[in-house]
Design a protein around this ligand. Sequence first.
Ligand SMILES: NC(=O)C1=CN([C@@H]2O[C@H](COP(=O)(O)OP(=O)(O)OC[C@H]3O[C@@H](n4cnc5c(N)ncnc54)[C@H](OP(=O)(O)O)[C@@H]3O)[C@@H](O)[C@H]2O)C=CC1
Ligand SMILES: Nc1nc(=O)c2c([nH]1)NC[C@@H]1CN(c3ccc(C(=O)N[C@@H](CCC(=O)O)C(=O)O)cc3)C=[N+]21
Length: 284
Amino acid sequence: MSNNKIDGKQIASQVTEKVQERVERLKEQGVTPGLAVVLVGNNPASQTYVNNKTKTCERLGMHSVMIELEENITEQELLKHVETLNNDKKIHGILVQLPLPKQIDEDRVIAAISPLKDVDGFHPESVGKMMIGQPTFLSCTPFGIMKLLEYSDVEIAGKHAVIIGRSNIVGKPMGQLLLQKDATVTYCHSKTKDLHTFTKQADILVVATGRAKMIDASFIKEGAVVIDVGINRDEHNKLCGDVDFASAQAVASKITPVPGGVGPMTIAMLMENTCLAAENTLIN
Ligand SMILES: NC(=O)C1=CN([C@@H]2O[C@H](COP(=O)(O)OP(=O)(O)OC[C@H]3O[C@@H](n4cnc5c(N)ncnc54)[C@H](OP(=O)(O)O)[C@@H]3O)[C@@H](O)[C@H]2O)C=CC1
Ligand SMILES: Nc1nc(=O)c2c([nH]1)NC[C@@H]1CN(c3ccc(C(=O)N[C@@H](CCC(=O)O)C(=O)O)cc3)C=[N+]21
């Protein structure tokens, strides 16, 4: 199996093309969708993602602002910035890049973002709505993975989906979205005993652990679809996923690479969510 790579970059560009059309329609009605990205401190990896986000905005004709704040900012000061953005009519989406420095309570910052501008889908109101299947902003990475599966004609109903990782931003919402499409869902995490037993049953395996190349062919059932969320650096400082791609590709029916898999989809869905937030201002 050599032609089984899912091209996330290509699918992301199909998604952003549709977003671009919606941006043009919004502009005809006098609204330019605007995204604010808040970056605290100078983590070089975060800087790269944030730059990708603002560049994509510009390419699609959207308005974007980047707010860079000192590592030692207080929680109160950060909350003030969020409040200003909540009240800014030119801004439809707010993303506060995570993780935040330790003096800041992430939950409080996320809760301070207006749910109408919560394009990350991290606010408790958005998470709650997602859980009960009401329309809302969906967390960009799991949302992007659902699109990848859709564009790649992967059947979900009745399949056993195994998720490794249970973070609030990737693992947990991923399981919910797959459940809503009638998959049978199993969550694994660092306390899971005998991980192989579970992963070997997976028709769809989503890996989001942050452990470089931890999943090789021995964990994978012949013909499974493998989605690699991880973004790590290997021993040569090269970008790599949580899956050992060369090994896994030989047994998977379809597999996402890193880079060029889930990452570009996360950004595409952020653009779609920002566009939706702007459209909502015309309806409400
Ligand atoms: N491509 C993209 O767009 C994005 C990529 N990422 C990347 O995805 C990865 C995961 O991100 P995120 O969910 O935020 O990470 P977290 O660190 O928040 O969560 C990692 C999860 O993996 C579990 N885990 C860790 N080690 C093991 C192990 N050895 N066996 C089984 N489970 C394990 C943890 O278990 P426990 O809960 O028990 O600690 C935890 O639930 C990272 O590499 C991150 O950089 C993240 C967001 C977007
Ligand atoms: N509030 C918040 N929202 C996030 O969505 C969020 C976050 N915080 N913190 C960090 C993680 C990580 N994340 C990525 C997004 C895109 C790529 C991406 O575009 N990756 C490219 C490669 C990028 C590179 O070259 O480094 C790829 O996989 O092809 C990666 C990772 C979003 N996150």
